[in-house]
Write a protein that binds this ligand. Sequence first.
Ligand SMILES: NC(=O)c1ccc[n+]([C@@H]2O[C@H](COP(=O)([O-])OP(=O)(O)OC[C@H]3O[C@@H](n4cnc5c(N)ncnc54)[C@H](OP(=O)(O)O)[C@@H]3O)[C@@H](O)[C@H]2O)c1
Length: 256
Amino acid sequence: MTLTTVQPLTGRRALVTGSTSGIGRAIAIALAREGANVVVSGRGKDAGGAVVETIRAAGGAAHFVRADLAESGRAATELAQAATDALGGPVDLLVNNAALLIPAQSLREVDERLADLALAVNVKAPALLTAAVVPAMIEAGAGVIVNTGSLSGLAGNAVSAFYGATKAALHSLTTSWAAELAPKGIRVNAVAPGPTMTQENAAYHETLRSLAAITPDRRPGTAAEVAAAVVFLAGDDAAHIHGVILPIDGGHQAVR
Ligand SMILES: NC(=O)c1ccc[n+]([C@@H]2O[C@H](COP(=O)([O-])OP(=O)(O)OC[C@H]3O[C@@H](n4cnc5c(N)ncnc54)[C@H](OP(=O)(O)O)[C@@H]3O)[C@@H](O)[C@H]2O)c1
């Protein structure tokens, strides 16, 4: 037996949407730490560039590709092509993480503009981006897709119905894609974080703490904890895992 340090994602070409901040940034950094060559994407060029610099400074490989996924159809196709160019080959690990996090809203506060935007970024864009990268995965006979869902898509919630509906749609896409693509060697799974603390939502950490107080673990999660689950689902240790919506919520799902 040899005990050596290996980077299990070495050679993998990853695209992480919404990785200019928060959970996506943690995912991009964690995948790069495990050896993946990573495209960081979002609208924010400076923020994305800073994530790329962090990864490169630590010895990893990363590139920034700007995309506004509200323009879902064209943006998805262009992002897939630009990521392929930046990575020197087709994406074999896609993390659909970007989302419009609609602030607390009652039924009447979701107008048509907000509804269209949330559907475009949270549902249409992941669907069209996945459709754009999957043909190369099918040709290669391998690939991994991990979607960032949400506890809000699993459980009812009085203040985020429409956002929750978009996440429930992403969970549904996850299980259906898993069924369609598993026979072609492609694994599709999702993570479903509960309240999760990031640098960007620091102003809401107290709110997140009070939301998480009812969970068995009695605390919010961290972006790094979500990223660790994505790394697991991306790697070969998860080779027999398809169509899972993995809650990362301190046990909330277990007791609701
Ligand atoms: N934090 C939580 O408590 C929590 C809980 C459950 C699930 N989640 C899920 O976790 C994921 C990340 O959330 P987060 O807390 O890290 O939020 P965040 O910090 O606001 O990150 C959202 C990311 O999405 C990108 N994005 C938003 N609109 C976009 C657009 N039109 N085009 C391209 N990119 C866009 C943003 O990049 P730019 O601004 O640069 O475009 C950013 O990188 C989301 O899917 C969210 O639903 C979060």
